[in-house]
Design a protein around this ligand. Structure first.
Ligand SMILES: [Zn+2]
Length: 217
């Protein structure tokens, strides 16, 4: 498809039009992975309405403040020469793309939804320090990791959390199992990457990971 969704916050009319078109396209069904790339798939709507949650944001701010700035010393940095990894090692379907406009507080989807059966192992896309690993409101059971480049990654709707707050994890580390906890309409991993800690500082996870060697699709 010809449109490109990168940074909706800077969207102009053309971008909004493109997003509107994406929303229309998505209204007919979810996107899924095929041998030739994303394709229409009307079989499932496993996605989420994870959005701004004051409980989660407050807990994240508190927890982040408790972790020393140098806690991630020695962890390989994300980005060249460091490489990222995919969060899932089995086949998944992209059910809601990043930036799609809708009923989220930001006005668009702040992460990407990867549909997999509950219980699927979830791995760290990049190393870092576990800032939060607990119930996170709309995000359900979630693991939030602060990476050495300052970005935060939220792995949401988990059925099982396998790491503890304060743990140092490396790229590819097992974090837990996917699920449908929190505001989710079906089992999937909501992967959200933020440039800073707060809601709304999200970046395009597909682009972020692709630039570091991991292609979500
Ligand atoms: Zn989502």
């Amino acid at each position: 498809m010809g449109y490109d969704i990168d940074s909706p916050r800077q969207a102009g009319t053309t971008r909004r039009d493109a997003l509107g078109m994406a929303a229309v396209l998505l209204a007919g069904g979810a996107l899924s992975m095929g041998a030739t790339g994303p394709r229409a798939d009307s079989g499932s709507d496993d996605s989420c309405t994870a959005t701004y949650d004051p409980e989660f944001e407050a807990a994240l701010a508190d927890a982040d403040g408790e972790i020393p700035e140098d806690a991630d010393r020695g962890i390989a940095p994300v980005g060249p020469p460091g490489r990222c990894a995919l969060p899932l090692r089995r086949r998944y379907r992209v059910t809601t793309r990043y930036g799609v406009r809708g009923n989220w507080l930001a006005g668009y989807h702040t992460g990407i939804d990867l549909a997999v059966p509950s219980g699927t192992a979830v791995y760290a896309v990049g190393g870092g320090v576990v800032v939060l690993a607990r119930w996170s409101g709309a995000y359900g059971n979630a693991v939030t990791i602060r990476m050495p480049d300052g970005h935060f990654v939220v792995y949401a709707h988990l059925s099982r959390i396998g790491v503890r707050k304060g743990a140092r994890v490396h790229t590819g580390a097992w974090l837990g199992s996917s699920g449908a906890t929190g505001r989710a309409t079906g089992p999937h991993l909501h992967l959200e990457i933020r440039a800073r800690r707060h809601y709304g500082s999200d970046v395009n996870p597909v682009r972020y990971l692709a630039r570091r060697g991991a292609r979500l699709w």
